[in-house]
Each structure stands twice: as structure tokens, then as C-alpha cells.
Design a protein around this ligand. Structure first.
Ligand SMILES: Nc1ccn([C@@H]2O[C@H](COP(=O)(O)OP(=O)(O)OP(=O)(O)O)[C@@H](O)[C@H]2O)c(=O)n1
Ligand SMILES: C[C@](O)(CO)[C@H](O)COP(=O)(O)O
Length: 391
């Protein structure tokens, strides 16, 4: 097919890095992002260009077959336009390997990080058009929003940089093909961190065009979570859990509920102080973290928990979560019962529970219109939902 079409643009997608800073089990480009690998997402964006381009994927030697399978899935029937080559030990070497596979008709070469998996198709088109219009090297770039400090090895500040004159460079970066090849040939193996630097070092003119916030490079686990959020999904480090607890009223006027003492109100009976709201919170948190439930973690057989307060269970639960690498994000809990009248002390209860959990706890209350055991005033129920994050 490439013999029939005059392909004037090639995109080299560098995907051969190991992703050390991400710390995943797979090379970064092969890590999943909401059902698709970073490489697949990058290729899908390129393939949506409204004109045919050559695509050269540069993959780690052990992942060439995986990259070919992804390319085939994204662009079935376009095998002659999409090829995969072995990468090098540095990004610079990987780009050089990709350049060697660019076909003869190509006049403009775009180099793109597979790690910038959410880059929109429009940015590829904008860069390509700008190269064709100017004949210069084109870098999509964003203004720098932070103040910049030059530091020594100890972190001591040596000076400042004028951020108004600085831009953060993204990819795809585009170049006239012949001049990029000449620049790479002249550079040999080098420490340049991007292609525009290689191009400029060989005398090429480089211009920036506006970049795109979503073209950020996925470098760390935090970046991968951010990409999940941009896609509207819940990061796979997040878990929800549900907890329900019920206690019957006893006789003594010693009620503890939602972390508060309620003078003049009948106690809730149980092995502990019967605080159903606190217990539902514990179950929701433990369930979210896959750590069982309050019964299996703080058993009634253990005398340490006889008459124990809700605070003991909630703080104990938070410790169990922390030991397993989880931290709460928020908890929502609803109390179901006729009494005590909850709304006047709702904010007080939320403050206490939030302090115990170490994350926002919101509490609401409702009745059952006289129906069931709560409607007859025999006891209360509480239902909690917790969201936790794995660190
Ligand atoms: N030898 C290399 C190194 C990097 N890259 C690619 O260059 C892009 C930008 O590099 P970076 O985000 O630094 O990726 P890694 O080198 O994989 O990350 P790290 O430095 O954390 O190991 C990535 O798409 C990466 O796959 C490459 O093709 N070949
Ligand atoms: C090419 C690049 O993405 C432009 O910002 C960046 O320079 C890559 O740097 P890294 O050191 O490979 O992360």
C-alpha cells in the first residue's frame, strides 16, 4: 500500500523506555491505562489523522511482538504503514533507530513519546502543518507556571530563572526529515533530552507552538493516576467498601452513638458500647481494603474489646489499613432510627469521626416511617460507604 500512496509524514513513537520512575512490572508503554496500554492510546490518536502517515514504533527488544500486536489491533490492514523496530539504551538511540526505518517519500518527521498517551490528534496535525509552513523544527510547549530556582547539590538556591522566557517542551516534535537525519548523524550518541535540542545543536531553527495540557508525560505513578482522572475513571489504586451494623436498645441511659455520648438516651446493647455508626464505618473501611470485617478483626472472644468504645475500633481499623498500605479518602454513613434526634448534633459527630478516621466523614440520618425494628424504636441501623486509596 505504501508503494501506491505518497506518504509525506512519518511519526516515530518512542516506546522503548523501561519506565523506572513509574516502577511498574512492565515497560511503561505497555502499562494499562483504563483498558488500553499507553502505546495503544498514543497510536489511536495518530491513526485518527485525516491523512495517511507512516508510523514507526520503537519498542524494547523483548516487546517487539507485543508492540506489533498492538499496532495490528489499532490499525488492522495497515501493516505497510505501521512498523516496529528495536529500541536503544537511551531515548536518543531509540529515535535514531526509528529514523533509520522512515521510508523514502517522507519529508516531515514527528517524534513522539508513547508516554504522552493522551496527546490529542489535533496536536499531531498542528505540529505537522507548522513544519510544512515554516521549514523549522516545531516544539509544542507550555508556559512554566512555577517560580524556578537554580540549586546546588545540597538544594541550596544559587539563582533564579525568568520563567516568562521559558517553556516546558512536549511531544510530538516535528522536523524537516533531511535536517533531522543530518542532526542525528552529527550528534552520534548524546545526552540531549529531546529532538529539538539535537536539531538546534546542528544549526536548525526551532520554534514553539502552543502545547496541550493533556499531552503531559506519564512519568510517575502520580501521573498515571492523573491520566485515569483525565479519562474520568477511578484509578486502580482506589477501592470502595460497604458496612452495615445494627444494635438493639438496652435499658441503661448511657448511649454512645456516632462517637458522641447522648445523656438521657437508652444505651445500645452489645459486646462493645454498641456504637453502630462507628462499627459500620469500620466494616466499610475494612471491606474497601479487603481486610475482612470488624467481627473477624476485633472478635467478641477477645476481652480487650469488651465494652470498647467506637473510637477503639475506628482507630484500630485505620492502623490495620495503614499496615496494608491503604489510607481512607472519605466515608459516608447514614444512621437509620427514630431516636436519638440526630440532626442537632450532626456536625459535632462528623468532626469527631473525621478526626478518628483522618479523612472526611459525612453523616446523615433517616427514619423508616414507623416500619420495621427501627420504626418501632427497638434499635438503630447504620450503613456506611468508604473510599480508600492504596499508596
Ligand atoms: N531507551 C529509551 C528510553 C526512553 N524511550 C522513550 O522515551 C519516552 C520518554 O522517556 P521517559 O518518559 O523518560 O521514559 P523512560 O525512560 O521509560 O522512563 P524512566 O526514565 O523513568 O525509566 C518514553 O515514551 C520512552 O518509552 C525510548 O524509546 N527508549
Ligand atoms: C522529549 C521530552 O518528552 C520533552 O519534554 C523529554 O525531554 C523526555 O525526557 P526524559 O528524560 O526522557 O523523561
Amino acid at each position: 500500500m505504501s508503494g501506491d500512496l505518497h506518504i509525506s509524514t512519518a511519526v516515530i513513537v518512542v516506546a522503548a523506555g523501561s519506565g523506572t520512575r513509574l516502577g511498574a512490572a512492565l515497560p511503561k508503554a505497555f502499562v494499562d491505562l483504563a483498558g488500553q496500554t499507553l502505546l495503544e492510546r498514543s497510536l489511536r490518536s495518530i491513526i485518527l489523522l485525516p491523512y495517511p502517515v507512516q508510523v514507526v514504533v520503537v519498542a524494547p527488544a523483548d516487546f517487539v511482538a507485543d508492540a506489533e500486536a498492538i499496532a495490528h489491533k489499532v490499525a488492522p490492514g495497515l501493516e505497510e504503514l505501521v512498523s516496529v523496530v528495536n529500541g536503544g539504551t537511551t531515548r536518543h538511540d531509540s529515535v535514531a533507530a526509528g529514523l533509520a526505518a522512515v521510508q523514502s517519500s517522507v519529508e516531515v518527521v514527528l517524534v513522539h513519546d508513547a508516554a504522552r498517551a493522551l496527546t490529542p490528534t489535533t496536536l499531531f496535525a498542528d505540529v505537522d502543518m507548522a513544519v510544512q509552513a515554516t521549514g523549522a523544527g516545531i516544539v509544542p510547549a507550555l508556559p512554566v507556571v512555577d517560580s524556578l530556582k537554580q540549586v546546588d547539590v545540597t538544594g541550596g538556591v544559587l539563582g533564579i530563572a525568568d520563567r516568562d522566557q521559558l517553556r516546558a517542551a512536549q511531544t510530538p516534535q516535528g522536523f524537516p526529515r533531511a535536517e533531522l537525519e543530518a542532526a542525528y548523524a552529527a550528534a552520534g550518541s548524546s545526552d540531549y533530552t529531546d529532538d529539538a535540542a539535537v536539531f538546534a545543536a546542528n544549526g536548525g531553527a526551532v520554534t514553539t507552538i502552543p502545547g496541550d495540557e493533556v499531552a503531559f508525560k506519564i512519568t510517575t505513578a502520580w501521573d498515571l493516576n492523573r491520566a485515569h482522572q483525565v479519562l474520568g475513571g477511578i484509578p486502580d489504586t482506589h477501592r470502595v467498601g460497604t458496612g452495615i451494623d445494627v444494635h438493639a436498645f438496652g435499658e441503661a441511659e448511657n448511649l454512645w452513638l456516632a462517637g458522641l455520648h447522648w445523656p438521657g438516651e437508652k444505651e445500645l446493647s452489645g459486646h462493645s458500647d454498641g456504637d453502630a455508626v462507628a462499627h459500620a464505618i469500620c466494616d466499610a473501611l475494612l471491606s474497601a481494603a479487603g481486610l475482612g470485617d470488624i467481627g473477624s478483626r476485633f472478635g467478641t472472644a477477645d476481652p480487650a474489646y469488651a465494652d470498647a468504645s467506637g473510637e477503639v475500633f475506628v482507630r484500630g481499623t485505620i492502623e490495620l489499613l495503614a499496615a496494608s498500605g491503604f489510607e481512607p479518602i472519605n466515608v459516608s454513613v447514614q444512621l437509620i432510627g427514630n431516636k436519638p434526634r440526630f440532626s442537632p448534633r450532626r456536625e459535632e459527630a462528623q468532626a469527631v469521626l473525621t478526626e478518628w478516621v483522618g479523612a472526611p466523614v459525612s453523616v446523615s440520618a433517616t427514619t423508616t416511617d414507623g416500619l420495621g425494628f427501627t420504626g418501632r424504636g427497638e434499635g438503630v441501623a447504620a450503613i456506611a460507604t468508604a473510599l480508600v486509596r492504596q499508596r
